[in-house]
Design a protein around this ligand. Sequence first.
Ligand SMILES: *[C@@H]1O[C@H](CO)[C@@H](O)[C@H](O)[C@H]1NC(C)=O
Ligand SMILES: *[C@@H]1O[C@H](CO)[C@@H](O)[C@H](O)[C@H]1NC(C)=O
Ligand SMILES: *[C@@H]1O[C@H](CO)[C@@H](O)[C@H](O)[C@H]1NC(C)=O
Ligand SMILES: CC(=O)N[C@H]1CO[C@H](CO)[C@@H](O)[C@@H]1O
Length: 361
Amino acid sequence: MHLAQALLVSVLVNVGQHAFAHHTPKTDHEIEVQRALQAAAYYCAPAVESYTASRKRAFAQRTLSHLPGYQELFSAETYADIGDAPHNKDASEAKDHDDDTMMKCTPISDTHIQNNTCVLAPEVTEGPYYHTEGHPIRQNIAENQDGLLLLLDIGVIDVETCQPLPNVLVDIWLANATGSYAGHPFPHPHLVNEQPASEGRRRGLLSAYPRTVHEETWLRGAWPTDKNGVVQFTSIYPGYYTGRATHIHTKVFPEWTPIAENNTFKAGRLAHTGQFFFDEELNMVVDKMYPYVTNPIRETRGRTRNHQDSLNIFHDSHGPEGKYNPVFKTHLLGGVISQGLIAYITMGVNASASYDNFWKG
Ligand SMILES: *[C@@H]1O[C@H](CO)[C@@H](O)[C@H](O)[C@H]1NC(C)=O
Ligand SMILES: *[C@@H]1O[C@H](CO)[C@@H](O)[C@H](O)[C@H]1NC(C)=O
Ligand SMILES: *[C@@H]1O[C@H](CO)[C@@H](O)[C@H](O)[C@H]1NC(C)=O
Ligand SMILES: CC(=O)N[C@H]1CO[C@H](CO)[C@@H](O)[C@@H]1O
């Protein structure tokens, strides 16, 4: 079985080299080849899972231990007080061991993917709100946007080596709590009362809002992956807009040039364009929180559910075999959701791929 798989992968990779040199698959044949390539690339899903899990532990230890009150909550005194009570001598002795193993925030050591196949995240549209210039190189992209604190932990793996991919620029952009993108606050004047398309490819969508405020950069930013192929951002949970499931956009650039004078970058080769989503149950909870409740389409069109996403983007983001998971794994940052969330995801990208860095939709 393993030998057969290895041969299949090697055959498919050779075919792929001709089919995907510089563009996304278009013909039925190309799509079929990509489909088979992706099917062959799913064998290290378990490795991706454990990679994500260990990052999750390390990140949670670091963040939780900095939350106000956390140290007090688990302070040694609390246990010492119990242990020093005369009737509780045994508990005091047991405590010393527990302290070492459970209460100490020992950093989890680095982990690496150990296999040569992995999960390829599918290419999906970048949509009309990407800015080819002006995304700052920074980790905290929230600026002054109000909303639910969201820490993002995004891992990048090269599907050709199945190793974490260090030093690639991960670029992200998302809508604010009420569904607007930085720079695009108003529709075209003649489209102010536009209704969503009722049929055709763009069913459910409005026309794109033009970019009119060039200096706005909130909820946009890019940062290079560290030596473990991981990048972390501070953001807010995205809001929704007409026709689209709640999502975060991403691009991955193995090559880019920082522009020191305005802290942006000039994009080089683009290896991946994708979108990340959230569990429907979580979206439903956030729907009820301020300022998400003030979304202007809440009472009219409402939030588009993942499975109703326009252009089939949520569905397509799972890959042709449906085995890539584009949905973040999330955890509460504190005791209640309003203290924020940590969201983890791992994307498999082809580090040597090269896609066009502009929207043609
Ligand atoms: C990665 O991209 C390169 C360059 O386009 C291509 O030759 C190769 O087949 C791709 N590999 C996979 C696994 O898609
Ligand atoms: C940043 O500076 C570069 C180089 O001067 C310029 O080309 C680019 O337009 C600037 N970007 C923004 C967003 O101001
Ligand atoms: C989102 O951005 C729009 C456009 O700039 C703004 O009008 C709106 O107040 C913002 N939403 C929130 C919750 O701040
Ligand atoms: C290079 C490497 O470690 N390959 C392994 C990937 O996982 C499969 C399935 O467990 C093994 O058969 C390979 O040897």
